[in-house]
Design a protein around this ligand. Structure first.
Ligand code: 3PG
Length: 399
């Protein structure tokens, strides 16, 4: 990938920047602006160079329909505050434009002042956004001189504004994308000393490919959440109403039997509302862990002590996914403890990387986000990268 810092003569050029400002919005206000903050360096860099900056993002999954609650206006407002400069909103909600309207949009963009920032409407209001081979990619490309992909969090989607535009105009990586790829590449290909990955969460279809790749690279893979439950079910343990994905029993057995996959010695069971809570040891031969109406909601204290010994020796640390149902007390203990352990070891003794919605939320709850070396903005994108997959957005920049 060529970094945008390598592009010369940006002054007066129209730079199309695909960011990922897919942020939670309530009552027309942005609830979490961390993805905006993460892309500020790229936007400010381009402003300083005198480029005309045209931002594109998606919000939610409107799938080609115009959804009022998913318009970008709250993002435009918050970004204007952060930049201390008004961001111009481009009215592009309907991409089935007549030629005359397209020409007037082009003029509006060209009329931006050097250093001015504008933003298009939610890209997913356009039907063609979902593919990078349609006419939208070409039409978007005609609006700019060059393209920058900065939204790492959307780099795993092949869509017009992500992997489509750089098929027609030169594409560069933004500062955020460059930083995230460098950090995650270091984890996969340049680890020194013990590499420990902590993997939890619920969505097995995204976790199993990561296990498949990391089991070959990590010294220890510490598991929690749905991976543990699915594995125990596959082994024949009775686990009541624990969250499982029955379709992934076989792969969970395949990977969990590897020596470097460290499994819980005990779990915390109870009812979903945090009652009837007790610790149950996992014995070698399958047995009843909990009854119907109950579930496994956390890893146990003995497991946590065991996992801590690995984390305390790590030189590279990656964490994605909660250890249990941490939204409900007392099932938050292991997830928040893992957050503290990972953060305490990072920035110094180990290179620490975290990513994924609930992982970031847990780190925020313990107030230690600033102690992490790389806080990835990507959930799905980070997992696909860690699974060793080629992300379409990054692939397109390399063509
Ligand atoms: C995310 O929040 O993970 C990204 O914005 C991608 O969103 P998507 O899963 O709807 O493509």
């Amino acid at each position: 990938m060529t970094s945008i810092t390598k592009a010369r003569n940006l002054a007066g050029k129209v730079v199309l920047v695909r960011v990922d400002f897919n942020v939670p919005i309530k009552k027309k206000k942005v609830l979490d602006d961390s993805r905006l903050l993460a892309s500020l360096p790229t936007i400010q860099y381009l402003m300083k160079k005198g480029a005309k900056v045209v931002l594109m993002t998606h919000i939610g999954r409107p799938d080609g329909k115009i959804v009022a609650s998913l318009k970008v206006d709250p993002v435009v407002e918050r970004l204007s505050e952060l930049l201390k400069k008004k961001v111009k909103k481009l009215e592009t909600e309907n991409w089935r434009l007549t030629d005359a309207k397209k020409v007037s949009l082009l003029k509006e963009i060209n009329n931006l002042r050097p250093g001015q920032v504008a933003m298009m409407e939610n890209m997913r209001f356009a039907k063609d956004e979902a593919k990078d081979t349609g006419t939208l990619s070409q039409e978007l490309a005609t609006l700019g001189d060059l393209f920058v992909l900065d939204g790492f969090a959307v780099a795993h989607r092949s869509s017009a504004s992500v992997s489509g535009i750089p098929k027609y105009i030169k594409g560069y990586s933004g500062l955020l994308l460059t930083k995230e790829i460098a950090g995650l590449t270091r984890v996969l290909h340049d680890t020194k000393g013990s590499f420990v990955a902590v993997l939890g969460g619920a969505k097995m279809e995204t976790k199993i490919p990561v296990m498949k790749n990391l089991v070959e690279k990590a010294d220890a893979l510490l598991i929690g959440g749905g991976i543990v439950n699915t594995y125990l079910l596959a082994k024949g343990y009775k686990i009541g109403d624990s969250l499982v994905d029955k379709n992934f029993q076989l792969p969970s057995l395949t990977y969990c039997k590897r020596k470097n996959v460290i499994k819980p010695l005990d779990v915390v069971v109870g009812t979903k509302d945090g009652k009837k809570v007790r610790v149950v040891k996992i014995k070698k031969t399958p047995h009843e862990v909990c009854k119907k109406g109950e579930g496994i909601f956390d890893i146990g204290p003995e497991t946590l002590r065991l996992y801590a010994t690995y984390i305390k020796d790590a030189k590279t640390l990656v964490w994605n996914g909660a250890m249990g149902f941490f939204e409900q007390k007392p099932y938050d203990v292991a997830t928040l403890t893992i957050a503290r352990l990972v953060a305490s070891r990072s920035k110094g003794q180990a290179y620490g990387v975290i990513g994924g919605g609930e992982t970031l939320q847990a780190m925020d709850m313990v107030g230690m986000t600033d102690d992490i070396d790389l806080v990835s903005t990507g959930g799905g994108a980070m997992l696909e990268f860690l699974a060793g997959e080629i992300l379409p957005g990054i692939y397109a920049l390399n063509q």
